[in-house]
Design a protein around this ligand. Structure first.
Ligand code: SER
Length: 320
């Protein structure tokens, strides 16, 4: 890859780890990080950084011109739970930012785009087990509607204007570096933090709510593998299903309890339960396996080992 990369939403849960992985492999100067705020000091201090509102076409264009950007990873979005509180804002951010980068590619200013979609494109009428790549998609959240609409536009820009846009339907992503914000799958990150800091977790989903999840390293690998794949192998220009493991809050709790036997949990479902109930339990990612040889590496047990070790070290170091 010769040209530079711009990560929009670089301070977020996935954006921050994508930025550091790309900087480590390509060199800090090759990867420009941008976000609406400069709160993530690791991202801000490890290479070029710009404050940028993903809704503003001219600001993105200026950044792309200044740094001679070839590839954009658009990671800025409002997630499912916050989206239900601010439906118009969620629609505006999620769609306007996507059109901004699609149009830059259509004009030939940038060459390649990664844009994340989500399991939120599915809805209550979708088959829940082993949800196929092509199936009924009737999402009931604004976030899901914006992701499904975005997928259609990605495919449209590829077919009509030959835009090289690539996408994954991420499941819930579990990580220890940057917290997720405003999502329904966030419990699967919060639970590890609370296990380490409080020894107790109040879960906002029921104990038997099964959702597809993935450890961050797998999510980053899937993203970079898709972006590195030869253009001819990318058969889907909407978005690829990707899967690792499916878990319930009770299963996460039990896997943590093996390491922290005194850990306790209560289940107090809130409005996010309804969102979780509308999503699949497990995902069929055969197309990704076949087209660009995707395979996940991390199980729930691997994830729990790493999450607890990393968070214990993190909270220990902040105490001193
Ligand atoms: N993690 C997202 C959410 O919970 C789903 O893509 O909103």
């Amino acid at each position: 890859m010769s040209g530079k990369i711009l990560v929009i939403g670089a301070a977020g849960q996935i954006g921050s780890e994508l930025t550091s992985t790309l900087r480590n492999s390509l060199g800090n100067e090759k990867v420009v990080a941008a976000d609406i705020n400069d709160n993530n000091k690791e991202v801000v201090n490890s290479g070029p950084f710009e404050i940028l509102d993903a809704k503003e076409f001219s600001t993105i264009k200026q950044c792309v011109d200044t740094y001679n950007i070839e590839t954009v990873y658009l990671m800025a979005a409002m997630l499912s739970a916050t989206g239900e509180k601010y439906p118009e804002k969620a629609w505006d951010l999620n769609m306007t930012s996507l059109f901004n980068v699609l149009n830059l590619a259509k004009e030939g200013v940038i060459k390649k785009i990664f844009w994340p979609s989500s399991i939120a494109v599915f809805g209550p009428t979708t088959p829940k087990e082993n949800t196929p790549q092509h199936t009924i998609c009737e999402p009931t959240t604004v976030y899901g509607i914006s992701k499904l609409t975005g997928e259609r536009w990605c495919e449209y820009y590829n077919k009509k204007y030959n835009v090289d846009v690539r996408s994954l339907r991420y499941p819930g992503i579990i990580s220890y570096k940057t917290l997720p914000g405003g999502g329904t799958t966030d419990y699967a990150v919060d639970i590890y933090h609370k296990a380490v800091t409080d020894g107790h977790y109040d879960c906002f989903l029921k104990e038997d709510t099964e959702l597809p999840m993935m450890f961050m390293e797998d999510a980053i690998n899937a993203t970079l593998q898709l972006m590195a794949a030869a253009e001819s192998t990318i058969k889907l220009r909407s978005s690829y299903n990707v899967a690792a493991f499916s878990i319930t809050p009770k299963e996460v709790y039990e896997s943590i309890k093996k390491h922290i036997p005194q850990f306790t949990i209560d289940y107090n479902p809130d409005s996010r339960q309804q969102i979780a109930d509308s999503w699949p339990c497990s995902i069929d990612d055969n197309s990704a396996q076949k087209d660009w040889q995707w395979h996940s590496k991390y199980s729930l047990e691997d994830t729990t080992d790493i999450m607890l070790a990393q968070l214990k070290a993190k909270y220990e170091s902040t105490k001193n």
